[in-house]
Design a protein around this ligand. Structure first.
Ligand SMILES: Nc1ncnc2c1ncn2[C@@H]1O[C@H](COP(=O)(O)OP(=O)(O)OP(=O)(O)O)[C@@H](O)[C@H]1O
Ligand SMILES: [Mg+2]
Length: 344
């Protein structure tokens, strides 16, 4: 639904070039909630602003719903009209809501429809329908100043939906909100995604946001995407930074001469019989340091941190046994000397 290839953005600021996007290849599938996470300055806002061409990319292409937006930009009046029409099908939600304070809630939602040239009756019907959808039917005649932050963001979302978009872009939509309100806004985005089949690309610096609503995620660093995939794929990727952050388990080794492993399983699989088989087969004592079962991006995931006596070199065979059972095994803390030598 959204594809970028080699997307690059260089800002020229006070005679100095700042590369905010450095060849980003992003692929967001139709109907999914895709989260882009990264630290401040990683290029997240630049990415989202280039996706709807609020910002003109320096190089690369952006395709939304099969239409190459970058090809339309700057190609004369006809292409300009096409680009505007394409952009009206991309809704955008902002961190600070960007509502007009002099207009009522309803008039704020009607604004994009005015720009699209809809008639008064049509606008009013649509705005009330959308306000109902976001749970604010009774606030149509209020002004933004009379609303809470969460309510303002609901208005922002209703306005973003006015052009019947297929894609919703959200730049830190919840970072000005408290945790409870954040959850309710995320639930709303998730419901809209399901009810309307809306594809959502959201930008955040909070892992909890990714964890609670995203089907897929990408990690951005210095203008590049360094990890990306469905939540299931990420959790199944050994050494994935995103996976570790999405689903941490605690527990420290009880001594130097120990091997600590994170065992991850998805869905119905359970580790319990495997662990007791391991213990019996190799006659070793296994300690469980930590364990958790959680729902990440709608997937049931379990992770257990276990400790085996001896260093990694002494446990190559038992670790191999666990991997053969189809479990994902990540070595924690210790430098896997054998693995390194093997890789040379
Ligand atoms: N209009 C601009 N002119 C010059 N440099 C800019 C401009 N916008 C962004 N930058 C620079 O581009 C880089 C990426 O900025 P961007 O706003 O995309 O980051 P971000 O990941 O959204 O950060 P945050 O989490 O703080 O919002 C930063 O180094 C920033 O200073
Ligand atoms: Mg930003």
């Amino acid at each position: 639904m959204i594809t970028t290839t080699g997307l690059t953005k260089v800002y020229r600021s006070r005679g100095r070039d700042v590369t905010a996007l450095d060849g980003v290849d992003l692929h967001v599938r139709e109907g999914e909630v895709f989260g882009v996470i990264g630290q401040s300055g990683a290029g997240k806002s630049s990415l989202i602003r280039c996706v709807n061409l609020l910002e003109r990319p320096t190089a690369g292409t952006v395709t939304v719903d099969g239409l190459d937006l970058t090809a339309l930009a700057g190609r004369g009046p006809r292409a300009g009209r096409e680009l505007r029409r394409a952009r009206s099908r991309i809704g955008m939600v902002f961190q600070h809501f960007n509502l007009l304070s002099s207009r009522t809630v309803q008039d704020n939602v009607e604004l994009p429809l005015e720009i699209l040239g809809h008639s008064g009756a049509d606008r009013s019907r649509k705005a009330l329908e959308l306000l109902d959808l976001v749970g604010l039917a009774d606030k149509a005649k209020s002004y933004p100043a009379q609303l809470s932050g969460g309510q303002k963001q609901r208005v922002g979302i209703a306005r973003a939906l006015a052009g019947d978009p297929k894609v919703l872009l959200s730049d830190e939509a919840t970072s000005a909100l408290d945790p409870e309100t954040t959850r309710s806004i995320l639930r709303l985005l998730r419901d809209l995604n399901r009810q309307l089949g809306l594809t959502v690309l959201l930008i955040t610096h909070e892992m909890d946001v990714v964890k609670s609503v995203c089907d897929s995620a990408a990690l951005m660093e210095n203008g590049r995407i360094v990890e990306s995939g469905t939540v299931g794929e990420l959790l199944a990727t050994p050494g994935s930074e995103l996976a570790a952050a999405l689903f941490p388990v605690g527990g420290a080794a009880s001594g130097d001469d120990r091997t600590v492993l994170d065992v991850t399983f998805q869905g119905e699989a359970a580790t319990q019989p495997v662990i007791s088989q391991l213990s019996r087969t190799y006659n070793i004592d296994i300690s469980i340091l930590g364990a958790a079962i959680d729902t990440v991006g709608g997937l049931q995931v379990g992770r257990m941190r276990i400790e085996l006596p001896g260093r990694y070199e002494d446990n190559v065979v038992p670790v191999g046994f666990l991997r053969e059972q189809g479990l994902q095994i990540d070595l924690v803390g210790q430098e896997p000397a054998l693995v390194k030598e093997g890789a040379k």
